[in-house]
Design a protein around this ligand. Structure first.
Ligand SMILES: C[S@@+](CC[C@H](N)C(=O)[O-])C[C@H]1O[C@@H](n2cnc3c(N)ncnc32)[C@H](O)[C@@H]1O
Length: 255
């Protein structure tokens, strides 16, 4: 986020007002307590804490999600993953979001489709945040704590969707400090190659999906070939670019 925009967002947060009110009332003076809040937020920001963890919110697909350091801050690119599922399987009955984090994907799908969605995460802290987001936004999401799809039976799902951890551990030193030092490592890193979760998730999704079921996954920069090479048994494998033209989502169907 631009420094100027950061400062405005934090100042509006200190005043406990939205940005429309903030710009509509340039004459309003800060009360002492608001100065104190603002100073604290700037100090936290200077330590590298992401603005979204200070304000505890991030917009995703037009809705505000609460975020804490227990969850990855949802990224705009991930909206493409949601779009890919909505375009291909709007009639699906059983959808599972693997690695739900803040619940951004599962909650959005449940609200857009008006149907329940299942969601799993290995992190109890993330599930608390996701459940609170689902309750506040009125989404019907059934949450489970577990390792990938272990807690699901065979051939039960129409869609498995996931934005898994995909950063190689060796890339940590080159990452932005806001990300590396503040976002949960469980949400970021996936072994030496960054492919560990894809290698486990693809065969598990094959087991859990019904024939013809859809697997949709977000991928990291430069991972398209490596990830699609794990999908030899699948049909209709496609790589979808994001708005910057970067390959970002892989979709495929179980034969
Ligand atoms: C990249 S974050 C995605 C969060 C959210 N879905 C989003 O797109 O903003 C990955 C999530 O996967 C979870 N995770 C990591 N390993 C997992 C595993 N083995 N089983 C289930 N969830 C896992 C992490 O706790 C984290 O919440």
């Amino acid at each position: 986020m631009e420094p100027g925009l950061n400062a405005e967002v934090l100042l509006a947060h200190a005043m406990r007002c939205d940005r429309v009110y903030f710009f509509a009332h340039p004459e309003q003076e800060l009360r002492e307590v608001e100065w104190i809040h603002y100073g604290r937020y700037l100090h936290e920001r200077m330590q590298g804490k992401p603005t979204q963890y200070i304000t505890q919110k991030q917009e995703f697909y037009g809705r505000d999600f609460r975020v804490t350091p227990d969850v990855l801050i949802p990224r705009p690119e991930t909206e493409l993953l949601v779009e890919a599922v909505l375009e291909r399987r709007s009639g699906a009955r059983v959808m599972v979001d693997v690695g739900t984090g803040s619940g951004a994907i599962a909650v959005t799908l449940a609200l857009e489709l008006g149907r329940p969605v299942a969601a799993v995460d290995i992190s109890a802290g993330a599930l608390n945040v996701a459940a609170a987001n689902a309750a506040r936004l009125g989404a019907r999401v059934r949450f489970a704590q577990g390792d990938l799809l272990h807690c699901f039976g065979d051939a039960v799902a129409d869609v498995v969707v996931s934005n898994p951890p995909y950063v190689a551990t060796g890339e940590a030193a080159a990452m932005q400090r806001e990300v590396r030092d503040w976002e949960p490592h469980l949400a970021l890193f996936a072994g030496d190659s960054g492919l560990n979760i894809y290698k486990q998730l693809a065969p598990e999704a094959w087991r859990v999906l019904k024939p013809g079921g859809l697997l949709a996954m977000e991928i990291g920069f430069g991972q398209a070939d490596a990830v699609t090479s794990l999908l030899g048994d699948w049909t209709g494998v496609r790589v979808l670019p994001d708005l910057a033209g970067i390959p970002r989502v892989v979709v495929c169907e179980k034969r």
